[in-house]
Design a protein around this ligand. Structure first.
Ligand SMILES: Cc1cc2nc3c(=O)[nH]c(=O)nc-3n(C[C@H](O)[C@H](O)[C@H](O)COP(=O)(O)O)c2cc1C
Length: 329
């Protein structure tokens, strides 16, 4: 018999799936599916959306799923629902990365519910950022936000580290742009078609004039001049740069890394700052190895963040709920 408690749990889990779809994902691939069944929501990897050239191991796919998982957790916390999370649940289909169970009994307040109001506001902003320092207490709050999800957030402070990042970011950019398969995959996921519900919209990326000489290059989304934002991004070593990573470099670490990433992005949004994730520097294995060696870090970097102030960028697209949610309750 279905009880009022079951109905409330199903509604809360459906809302959690809706909120999860607002998460960032590499090339806006939205590599997720949601299966809702009695008292639980499964977050499932959609491997048909994996970037096989850029992301052969599925690291960025799993990080994207971790971002979606964090949003789902936030949604349940905001509804004062206590959830038990099983990551990579034993016995489940191999593509299930997390199962969220609604627990009976009194709710325990979880502070992450406070992020719910920022889920729509969070966005990737590829505009030029105004020169303004990010206060030290904000950076400290971001480091704490990452640590709360077992992530490591490394503020890139010394001149040596900044120049190292610039040099290696440029090297990764060059290597990738010479790779025809990388460019073809990028083109397949970038579009000026306003009806398309996934991929990176031309309106959200800077115009590629060939003149931008960014010290820390933004990914060139190859829109052949169709980019909707001004091309003058001036992404430089002077801006606030943060490197996010985890102690492990296997699926469990990637999923937690995604949860840490989304918590940091929402904390940045809460403080009114803009952010762009940049990942080219960790996508070329030899460059990623050089980054670890040259910065002298023994953990695994996943995402570089540039943080600053900028007007809002145009909104990104999302697939509809009916296309990603299966309900069997
Ligand atoms: C793992 C990961 C890697 C990403 N790498 C980049 C990147 O290198 N350059 C970039 O401009 N955006 C990058 N993004 C941002 C995505 O393109 C963005 O999340 C997606 O287009 C949806 O837009 P939104 O974040 O505004 O919702 C990345 C996002 C994730 C989760």
């Amino acid at each position: 018999m279905t009880t009022a408690v079951d109905v409330r749990a199903a509604a809360a889990l459906r809302r959690a799936a809706v909120r999860a779809t607002l998460a960032p994902s590499v090339h806006n691939t939205q590599p997720w599916r949601f299966d809702l069944h009695a008292g639980a929501l499964d977050l499932v990897a959609d491997r048909s959306r994996q970037l096989t050239v850029l992301d052969p191991a599925g690291r960025q796919l799993t990080i994207s799923l971790g971002c979606a998982l964090f949003n789902a957790r936030v949604s349940l916390a905001a509804a004062n629902i206590t959830a038990r999370i099983e990551r990579f649940p034993a016995g489940a289909d191999g593509d299930v990365v997390a199962r969220l169970h609604v627990e009976d009994g009194a709710a325990v307040r979880d502070v992450i519910g406070g992020y719910d109001q920022f889920l729509e506001e969070r966005q990737t902003n590829r505009r030029r950022f105004v020169d303004e320092r990010v206060p030290i207490d904000v950076v400290a709050a971001l480091v704490d936000a990452a640590a709360a999800e077992e992530g490591i957030l490394y503020p890139v402070r010394s001149e040596y580290d900044r120049l190292t990042l610039a040099r290696l970011s440029q090297e990764a950019y060059r290597i990738q742009m010479l790779d025809a398969a990388y460019r073809a995959e990028l083109r397949a996921w970038t579009s000026a078609d306003s009806q398309r519900l996934d991929g990176v919209g031309a309106e959200t990326v800077p115009q590629v004039s060939g003149e931008a000489r960014d010290e820390i290059p933004m990914r060139d989304f190859d829109t052949s001049g169709a980019g909707g934002l001004p091309g003058d991004t001036r992404s430089s070593t002077k801006q606030c740069l943060l490197l996010l990573g985890t102690s492990g470099d296997a699926a469990a670490g990637w999923l937690r890394g995604g949860e840490a990433l989304e918590r940091v992005l929402l904390e940045i949004t809460r403080h009114g700052f803009a952010v762009s994730p940049l990942t080219q520097v960790v996508e070329v294995p030899s460059v990623r190895a050089a980054l670890r060696a040259d910065l002298g870090i023994d953990w695994w970097p996943h995402v570089l963040l540039r943080v600053g102030r900028a007007p809002l960028a145009p909104a990104s697209r999302r697939r509809r709920l009916v296309d990603v949610l299966n309900e069997s309750v």
